[in-house]
Design a protein around this ligand. Sequence first.
Ligand code: 5GP
Length: 119
Amino acid sequence: MYDDNNIFARILRGEIPCKKVHEDDHTLAFEDINPKAPVHTLVIPKGKYVSATDFAEKATDAEIAALMRAVRKVAALKGVDASGYRLIANTGVEGGQEVPHLHIHVLGGRTLGAMVPSK
Ligand code: 5GP
């Protein structure tokens, strides 16, 4: 069940400000409020999708294509497409997802190290 009052829904409605990086018909990209790397941008679909699972099940092909194209655009705009970057879509409880609206983290600007911290 999608929560219309999650923080990214409120950003999409313009109720909460964000530092916009890119926008198109299907997506919005903005800077993470608590960056974990020199580049840390979030790319979200405008549609109401809770998670990567929900998105893969219900989104249209156009929405799915737009999200990946937006990620690639953000990598270029942030200047990390040549140096490399990491995409993360935390999904569900064990995936560590905090905001229940699908978002892809685009991280870069330095060597990022291990993919997952050891216990
Ligand atoms: P998650 O843990 O769900 O994968 O990531 C949620 C991300 O959203 C975190 O990196 C957090 O810093 C970011 N975030 C939470 N609240 C806000 C907000 O109000 N504005 C922005 N720009 N980012 C936020």
